[in-house]
Design a protein around this ligand. Structure first.
Ligand code: 0RQ
Length: 496
């Protein structure tokens, strides 16, 4: 185990997870590695939660994105979290957030590093970073995610490294850590192609700040991949139809443009839809590399994938890590500030596919707040990509909860992505290409192409009444949220 600490002077700093957790005091702020269940620090956070059985304290918790290994669950259950940012997706934490017990700052994933640099948010007392090893010169080599780990380690007062001996050392070749520097004297980021390497292989850190090193062998939590159903398959086929029409229009070739894809069942299904298609030599410039990405590499459809985390199902994890040589030259993991960087997203000209909870007849998208008030997960990186991509696509099933909820509504109850950031909407019924259209041109297209047939008359009636009121974006304001009100009162958005 100790050979993983190549800076031999640091070997004497090995402590137990319990000892490291004992350094954390009430009121402190922690920066934990971890991005969509991958590469999260596990041993020290879980030991910290254990302390809560006999002690009362609260900490602020910053991460890359969502954590696995039940960490957010036990953090929420033990009540030790004061404030959480920038993303979570845990059901227990979600409930505590919505009950007002945990403060949650739902934040664009590319922005958090800037807040840390500028001293906007409470400074980090302890960064706790999972690593496969520490190099001779003290660089931390992350495991299956990079997320915000580099900025946390750089700005934290103290660093605890969790060396995960279960993660193969071969992972050392896949990271590319680039520091954008502070606002003074910042230069363009020298990345012009998805596969470019622009930084260091690990996270450079002042060795003096490494207060402790903990060994762990707990692997990442596997993701649950919901198998495609007829609706997600229909969404995937409409997405392919859209891409083909872009090729016919001469705007894309069969190599497409680098693809970003959100997480979840719809996104995974959409990606899998590319297997067996005519598209080839594809590239991804995304956040999360999920099962479908490796399927696409295996099928020789995907040439290269850049992301911030590798999040896999149990079966895929076993296959990928037992044969990692096959993938190591086709993958790069970067800090989320780079994967989600507005300038790079624009420069690379991405096709971005993200998921909506609901969207309205003019193209505004709500990805986060159920019925406008209850947090689901968070905006994650969807806003970074939607605003800056070459082609910004949102997908959703047209209904939820057995048809009681229409995902196409008169007015979204919370706006994550404004109509200005949304190019194309896709449901299982079809797609609406909103580019270049005025609000009055959009409404009909969205209703007829995307809404569930059971809700189309209701939407048409709303829009016709709205037209009598006039305006650039016509609405019947007193009825704009009436569908959500009906849902709360009767359990369905359908008019009786
Ligand atoms: O709940 O399973 O309890 O029935 O929402 O919906 O259709 O399974 O879709 O898993 O792809 O998640 C937007 C939440 C979609 C996700 C969201 C209910 C529905 C179901 C899930 P049940 P589906 P998905 C990259 C980019 C924001 C962050 C992001 C998300 C559950 O994609 O969090 O894009 N995105 N990040 O029944 C009430 C509605 C609903 C609804 C669906 N209108 N009202 N409930 N549901 N529509 C990742 C990162 O950045 C880290």
């Amino acid at each position: 185990r100790f050979e993983r600490i190549k800076a031999t002077a640091l070997q004497e700093r090995v402590v137990s997870a319990e000892e490291a957790a004992s350094w954390i005091q009430d009121g402190m702020t922690l920066g934990l590695s971890g991005f969509t269940q991958a590469g999260d620090a596990k041993a020290v956070p879980l030991a910290l939660a254990k302390r809560a059985e006999s002690e009362k304290f609260k900490v602020n918790v910053y991460t890359g994105a969502s954590l696995g290994s039940n960490i957010d669950t036990v953090f929420a259950q033990t009540g030790i979290v004061n404030k959480r940012l920038p993303f979570q997706s845990d059901p227990v934490m979600r409930r505590k957030i919505n009950e007002g017990e945990i403060l949650y700052t739902d934040h664009h994933l590319s922005h958090t590093a800037e807040w840390i640099r500028d001293g906007i948010i409470t400074p980090i007392d302890y960064a706790i970073i999972e690593a496969i090893s520490i190099t001779k010169d003290g660089m931390i080599i992350p495991t299956t995610s990079v997320g915000n780990s580099a900025i946390f380690a750089q700005y934290a007062k103290n660093v605890i490294v969790e060396i995960n001996t279960e993660q193969p050392e071969r992972l050392y070749r896949i990271h590319d850590i680039y520091d954008t520097g502070t606002h003074e004297g910042r230069n363009p980021i020298p990345l012009s192609h998805v596969a470019d390497r622009i930084g260091t292989m690990g996270i450079p850190v002042d060795m003096e700040k490494i207060k402790g090193i903990v060994f762990t062998d707990q692997v990442d939590s596997p993701s649950t991949i919901v198998p495609p159903d007829s609706e997600t398959e229909a969404i995937a086929s409409h997405l392919l139809e859209l891409l083909r029409s872009e090729i016919r229009a001469g705007r894309l070739t069969e190599k497409l443009a680098p693809i970003q894809s959100g997480v979840g069942s719809v996104a995974n299904s959409a990606l899998r839809g590319l297997i067996g298609s005519e598209f080839h030599d594809l590239e991804m410039y995304s956040e999360v590399l999920q099962d479908a990405v490796f399927d696409l590499i295996d099928a020789d459809v995907l040439r290269f994938a850049s992301g911030s985390a590798i999040t896999l199902s149990k079966e895929k994890m076993a296959q990928v890590y037992s044969d990692f040589r096959k993938y190591e030259d086709k993958i790069i993991l970067r800090p989320q500030e780079i994967t989600n960087h507005p300038g790079l997203i624009r420069r690379l000209g991405l096709i971005a596919v993200n998921t909506a909870l609901e969207f309205d007849i003019y193209g505004n998208v709500n990805s986060t707040h159920v019925s406008g008030t209850k947090m689901m997960n968070g905006i994650g990186g969807s806003g970074d990509f939607a605003r800056n991509s070459r082609l910004s696509i949102f997908v959703s099933k047209s209904t939820a909860k057995g048809g009681n909820i229409s995902s196409v509504v008169p007015f979204v109850t919370h706006v994550d992505h404004t109509e200005h950031d949304v190019d194309v909407l896709i449901t299982e019924h079809g797609y609406a290409d909103l580019r270049g259209l005025a609000p009055r041109e959009r409404a009909g297209l969205i209703i007829e192409n995307c809404a569930d047939p059971a809700y189309r008359d209701q939407l048409r009636n709303y829009y016709e009444e709205a037209l009598t009121r006039g305006g650039q974006t016509p609405h019947v304001l007193e009825k704009a949220f009436s569908w959500h009100q009906r849902l709360a009162e009767t359990g369905s958005m359908l008019e009786k």
